[in-house]
Design a protein around this ligand. Structure first.
Ligand code: SAH
Length: 245
């Protein structure tokens, strides 16, 4: 007698499910492994090779699954040497720029860092691996909600996300050891300067929207503010919330 035929029909659905699952597991594991390799490759060929040395930054860039911070249909492009669209006319920065901006603020484990322009949440996730707490503000509400959910689902628990105009900073949580601005402003917002701690560092692209801008390092020592142009960059514009007037 054929024992196979004696298996009750109702058993076949969970069996089929189990079969599919067993087939899928290696596929998922292979994909994860491919992404891990792509990440290793990104760090060695785009980041370390261009002079980023801080081990905490290199480790963070190696560990954050960048492909989960871009729209699913372009996940396969996540580790390319370029910015990518994240919807609403905004972009996730090129990996090297994220690493450069992170290294330049000299992040330490006790730091409280403010980011303006959450976007996908990727830069915040990178910072969260190095510093104590990251506060990040996003002006486009759907992006804010998506990034907040993504950061929560991926368990980046030391990132606080807020919806609003980052021009005013986040006064109740300041002053900050470092401030990272990821949208191009026409000038450095004065509230951000006042929320930067004595001895703190801020990195901000400044210039005309849709042209090249200067990536400025702003330092505050003995109350004096100094700016240094580090390189030319192209960022999406720093927008302002309507005042209603
Ligand atoms: N750091 C992001 C890249 C963001 S692109 C990442 O890792 O993905 C810049 C972001 O700044 C955009 O999402 C844009 O909506 C946001 N932005 C622009 N002006 C802003 C403002 N005044 N306050 C807060 N966010 C702003």
């Amino acid at each position: 007698m054929n024992t196979f035929n004696r298996i009750p029909q109702t058993m076949s659905i969970p069996n089929r499910f189990l079969q599919i699952l067993l087939l899928l597991v290696p596929v998922i594991l292979m994909a994860q492994n491919d992404f891990r390799k792509a990440r290793e490759n990104m760090v060695s060929t785009q980041i370390a090779s261009r002079g980023i040395k801080d081990k905490t930054v290199l480790d963070a860039m190696r560990s954050i699954p960048r492909h989960l911070f871009v729209p699913e249909e372009i996940a396969s492009q996540a580790y390319r040497d370029r910015p990518l669209p994240i919807g609403h006319g905004q972009t996730i920065s090129q990996p090297y720029i994220v690493a450069f901006m992170t290294e330049v603020v000299k992040p330490k484990s006790h730091f409280k860092v403010l980011e303006i322009g959450t976007g996908s949440g990727y830069q915040a996730a990178v910072l969260s691996q190095i510093v104590d707490t990251v506060y990040t503000i996003e002006i486009v509400d759907p992006l804010y909600r998506l990034a907040k959910k993504r950061l929560k689902d991926l368990h980046y628990e030391n990132v606080m996300v807020k919806s609003g105009d980052g021009y005013y900073g986040w006064e109740s949580k300041g002053p900050f050891d470092a401030i990272v601005v990821t949208a191009a402003a026409e000038f450095i917002p004065p509230p951000l300067i006042s929320q930067l701690k004595e001895g703190g560092r801020m990195i901000i692209p400044v210039g005309t929207p849709f042209a090249t801008q200067q990536l400025l390092l702003v330092t505050k020592k003995e109350g004096k503010v100094k700016t240094n142009n580090l390189m030319f960059v192209r960022f999406v514009p720093f927008t302002r919330a309507a005042t209603g007037s």
